[in-house]
Design a protein around this ligand. Structure first.
Ligand SMILES: [Mn+2]
Length: 345
């Protein structure tokens, strides 16, 4: 705040509020002044806020008008930061009204709090590790059940049930489970189609545990894999290992992406890898840094990222392999314990 010359900062993005205060409810504003903080929420969260919030004074405004209460508190400040990526046009107008300051005093922030979140504290890494290990345990339970002819939704439901049974707070995102040609869609939703007698099944899923997300993808083969299937799988695995080998403090995010992409291009499938190689993971499933061709960031020790190249061939199928990786002082530690050799079911 000092560097940005702010008298106050209004935080609206809930994962940022959770990071700064511990509050996990679904309705809150956080007003920061140098050395002081107020968290505004509504009556549903009175008890939860009392238990969760650290370092901020909790206020529950009458009639639930959080904006008015925060605006009134900020009235004497001239320069107030707003999270430009998270405030709607309507909210900006409302803030001007309740705060009563001049439009010129509104200072857009972009990614400053997210940059703080990028490098994880040891207890955050421990929380992500627990989430990753819990999710990984579900994969063996899925493969024990997964068979040709099973509906995608039934397979996804079985997996999700196992994850909840194992103690997951919830899912980190909608499970992707797609067999055969359906797997060529990077973000396929499980449907009523039966899994094929012979072909790949892509499974991409994650859990939330203690507020932190996991993210993993494995691709298994039903029936005997043919030559093309083996070649595609081996290429994705080689690309994934090459990207992991490129992870170290100071490495450009774009260089990690390039390491994976080069392997896939050399094998002739460059046109079938339409997404970036990975992303940060933490309180949110997708957060900074991004690991794409145009990424500008450099990796730093303590960051937690995914490495997930893939090849998707329309009408045929897809293969993706994804692990969660911690950037360490010496390179990378892969948190995901599930094996990666081609599994035939
Ligand atoms: Mn991912």
């Amino acid at each position: 705040m000092e560097a940005a010359r702010l008298d106050a900062l209004l935080v609206v993005h809930l994962p940022n509020i959770r990071y700064l205060t511990g509050f996990s409810g679904s309705n809150a504003l956080l007003l920061l002044e140098p050395g002081r903080a107020w968290l505004y929420t509504d009556g549903r969260y009175r008890e939860q806020a009392r238990l969760e919030v650290r370092e901020a004074k909790v206020e529950i405004p009458p009639r639930g008008d959080l904006w008015k209460a925060a605006g009134r508190r900020a009235r004497r400040h001239k320069q107030v930061g707003l999270e430009a990526d998270h405030v709607t046009i309507a909210q900006r107008a409302r803030w001007l009204e309740v705060w009563g300051g001049h439009e010129k005093g509104l200072r857009p922030l972009r990614g400053e709090i997210e940059a703080l979140r990028m490098v994880k504290e040891p207890d955050e890494i421990a929380a992500i590790r627990r989430a990753v290990e819990l999710a990984s345990g579900g994969f063996a339970k899925l493969t024990a059940k997964l068979r040709p002819g099973m509906e995608e939704t039934a397979a996804a439901g079985w997996l999700e049930y196992q994850l909840r049974q194992a103690g997951a707070d919830g899912l980190a995102f909608d499970t992707i489970l797609a067999g055969g040609a359906h797997g060529a869609q990077v973000h396929a939703h499980p449907g009523s189609a039966p899994l094929p007698q012979r072909g790949f099944v892509v499974v991409d899923y994650g859990v939330q545990l203690g507020g932190y997300c996991s993210d993993m993808t494995r691709t298994v083969h039903l029936g005997e894999p043919g030559r093309k299937a083996r070649a595609v799988y081996a290429t994705v695995l080689e690309a994934q290992m090459a990207a992991i080998a490129a992870v170290k403090p100071g490495a450009a995010s774009a260089a990690v992406d390039r390491a994976a992409r080069r392997v896939i291009q050399k094998a002739g499938w460059g046109a079938y890898f339409p997404h970036s190689t990975g992303h940060g993971v933490g309180l949110e499933i997708h957060e900074a840094p991004r690991l794409g061709a145009t990424s500008k960031e450099r990796l730093a020790a303590g960051q937690v990222i995914t490495i997930e190249p893939g090849i998707y061939i329309p009408g045929w199928g897809g293969v993706r392999i994804e692990d969660v990786v911690v950037v360490t002082e010496r390179g990378a530690e892969v948190l995901t314990p599930t094996p990666k050799q081609l599994l035939r079911l």
